[in-house]
Design a protein around this ligand. Sequence first.
Ligand SMILES: [Zn+2]
Length: 145
Amino acid sequence: MKQKQWIVVRCSACRNCHGSNGNYKKCPHCGNTIGENADIVSTVSSDAELRIEVAIANTPAELRDSLREKLKSTESLVHNSDPHAFTMAKWVHQSADENGEITLQSLSSLIATKNSDISAEDLISMAETQGMLLRIDENRWTLLE
Ligand SMILES: [Zn+2]
């Protein structure tokens, strides 16, 4: 059997990047059909790498290096504490408003009630890495799932 491979594809319609296992489908951001001539940003061999590469591809070039460092440390954190990550995903969902949107403030005030010392910023970057959240404004994210 072939080694598993994932690709990071840039949607030609909305310019957002997403991960794919090579079976071209639709853009998860705008629903545009991803054709065979899609712009392949990078190829990776693990789903952990894929999450990092997708997040990086969706970040302006000047911020990529610092994001990469941050994500690598977040990634190991997530892997070492799966039930924990599940709880945090729940918090992200709980802090969303009726439109499925989240701000640092809404998440911070929720975390404050949970007796946790994680910062809202860390939680958001973790959720972004996992493809759970998409940044729509400087201080606003929307739930993707
Ligand atoms: Zn798109």
